[in-house]
Design a protein around this ligand. Structure first.
Ligand code: ZN
Length: 183
């Protein structure tokens, strides 16, 4: 069969929304260039993928993105230096993501990050408040990426959050880990 590019993508699959231009760049950077033609982002930031193509793609990232796009949960991607979350009292709190520091020759870590950047790289906020959880402020899942990261750092962090934590949440699997740095 002939695989069409994204002018014929399923218009109903709009569950992943990118909120800023840096996020659009980061998202494209998580997908191989050869597959960029199978991604569209509309004027409201909604990601559209080709679900027919996704069945044949060899890219786990493309398949993961397509799975999220057609899900029944809303995901947003935001590149920012400010995090809003709901605390265990139900109050909305705003805090800074803090600085990103570069440690020369730090090398690749357990998660595959290799930009030598450290700090609060990003997080995936899920609904439901509890103690010590930076819970989503609503019923959506919010992927927050520290805006102080390099372009490559943003892409690697987004890949970790979106195709790791968010996808596990989507699949109702354990989706958190207890690493206290490089999250
Ligand atoms: Zn993580």
């Amino acid at each position: 069969m002939r695989l069409e590019s994204c002018d014929v993508c399923d218009p109903d699959g709009k569950r992943v929304q990118v909120l800023d231009v840096d996020g659009v760049i980061a998202l494209y950077n998580t997908i191989d260039k050869s597959e960029h033609k199978y991604i569209n982002i509309d004027q409201n930031g909604y990601v559209i993928t080709n679900q027919d193509y996704a069945k044949y793609s060899n890219s786990n990232n493309y398949k993961a993105l397509s799975e999220l796009v057609k899900s029944d949960i809303n995901y947003t991607i935001e590149i920012t230096d400010e995090l809003k979350y709901k605390n265990e009292m139900g109050n909305i709190i705003s805090i800074e993501m803090g600085p990103i520091n570069v440690i020369p020759n730090w090398g690749k870590d357990a998660f595959g990050f290799d930009t030598n950047e450290t700090g609060w790289l990003g997080l995936t906020q899920t609904p439901g408040i509890s103690v010590d959880k930076y819970a989503s402020i609503d019923n959506d899942v919010h992927i927050i990426i520290n805006s102080s990261l390099s372009e490559e750092g943003k892409a690697q962090t987004l890949s970790h959050e979106l195709y790791g934590h968010a996808l596990l949440f989507q699949r109702k699997q354990p989706h958190t880990h207890n690493i206290i740095y490089k999250i």
